[in-house]
Design a protein around this ligand. Structure first.
Ligand code: PLP
Length: 373
């Protein structure tokens, strides 16, 4: 038996998405730019998928550009957003709790002379909009903050942030990495107040290697990949039709069942937190119900993780791309080293069951007993 509790790292591809990808690979395999029937059919698949993903994100199809992943969407928005808006100034605001897909592009910009202010997150990993407003300067050209933190699930109020930016007459562009928010909490790209929004397919049961960037109408963000005229000339390169088709289907299924899935995951998250609390286990923050960050100070999370893995239970220490490194998010929050070293992240999906959680809780209780023997 395998119990998968690492859905913030990636999710299982749903049947509908896999079938859409297979059809695009084996039947409608044309190049969408080709001017013949197979090409036109492939182009239709992209059009249809864009409508579905845009509907799920609550934006217009023409505002949505497919990319190769969430990381590419973040890089595009941040690097090209800052360079494009340099006339406003060369100051950027972000936070120490951002994903590496945001922090590393910021390093590139720093090397180009941009100045980056990294705000310290709240104890749950989120950022207070008032803190952003206080850090805002006349030369701030970009504010980039994630909507849902990938390690703690903490939610940052992007709409309120955008209102405070406007109230100060700021010319800064606002970008949000909504990779962990999309289809997990109520979220609208058009109404969240951001100029650019990044999402990724593999967090919502589409395959790995497909993402999208929402760009507000009127913002002429320069292309990240220059070349052909794909994606309205904004993102060159022959489109990944199978993955785009799958992303569209995964978006459709997730948005059609959003309320039901959310209610189930909320109840499950509440159940997990209650069971952990009965065991005296600390949880860090609370926001989107798909992520539960916990810590067992005095334990080494890698040891617990390996013990769980040996029983077929998959959890993670922090973000998967850390590859075993220490969590910079928990460090940025300012948690004690023993809390960070004993931290585990559970992340559930609409496929997670109560029975699976019970097995996990029993395994954790056993790990606690072994230590105290
Ligand atoms: N941003 C956040 C918050 C994430 O959790 C992730 C993936 O873990 C990414 C960006 C990167 O997305 P992708 O894996 O599609 O590049």
């Amino acid at each position: 038996m395998q119990i998968y509790l690492d859905n913030a790292s990636t999710t299982k591809v749903c049947q509908e998405a896999a079938e859409a990808a297979l059809r695009a690979m084996t039947e409608v395999f044309g190049n969408p730019s080709s001017d013949h029937s197979v090409g036109r059919m492939a182009n239709e698949i992209i059009k249809d998928a864009r409508e579905k993903t845009a509907k799920a994100l609550d934006c217009e199809s023409q505002q949505l550009f497919f990319t190769s992943c969430g990381t590419e969407s973040d890089n595009w928005a941040i690097i090209n957003g800052a360079r494009y808006n340099f006339r406003a100034g060369r100051h950027i605001i972000s936070s120490g709790a951002e994903h590496d897909a945001v922090l590393r592009p910021l390093d590139i910009l720093k090397n180009e002379g941009f100045e980056v202010t990294l705000l310290k997150p709240r104890s749950d990993g989120g950022i207070d909009p008032e803190k952003v407003a206080a850090a805002l300067r006349g030369d701030t050209c970009l504010v980039t903050l994630m909507t849902v933190n990938n390690e703690t699930g903490a939610i940052t109020d992007i709409l309120q942030t955008s209102k405070l930016l406007k109230a100060q007459g700021s010319k800064a562009l606002l970008h949000t990495d909504a990779v962990q928010a999309f289809m997990k909490i109520p979220f609208s790209a058009a109404k969240c107040g951001a100029d650019m929004v990044s999402v990724s397919g593999h967090k919502i049961h589409a395959p790995k290697g497909i993402g999208a960037l929402y760009i507000k109408s009127g913002l002429n963000l320069p292309p990240f990949l220059a070349g052909g005229k794909q994606e309205g000339g904004k993102r060159a390169g022959t489109e990944n039709v199978p993955h785009i088709a799958a992303f569209g289907e995964a978006s459709r299924i997730a948005s059609e069942n959003f309320d039901e899935n959310r209610a189930r995951m909320k109840a499950l998250s509440h159940y997990i937190r209650q069971k952990l609390s009965e065991l005296g286990i600390l949880t860090i923050g609370e926001g989107s119900s798909h992520i539960i960050s916990m810590s067992m100070p005095g334990y080494q999370s890698q040891v617990i993780m390996n013990a769980l893995d040996a029983q077929g239970i998959c959890v993670s220490r922090s973000s998967a791309c850390k590859k075993g490194g220490r969590s910079h998010v928990l460090e940025a929050i300012g948690l004690k080293p023993n809390v960070i070293d004993g931290a585990l992240r559970l992340s559930i999906s609409r496929f997670t069951t109560v029975e699976e959680i019970d097995v996990f809780i029993r395994a954790i209780a056993k790990a606690q007993l072994l230590r105290h023997r």
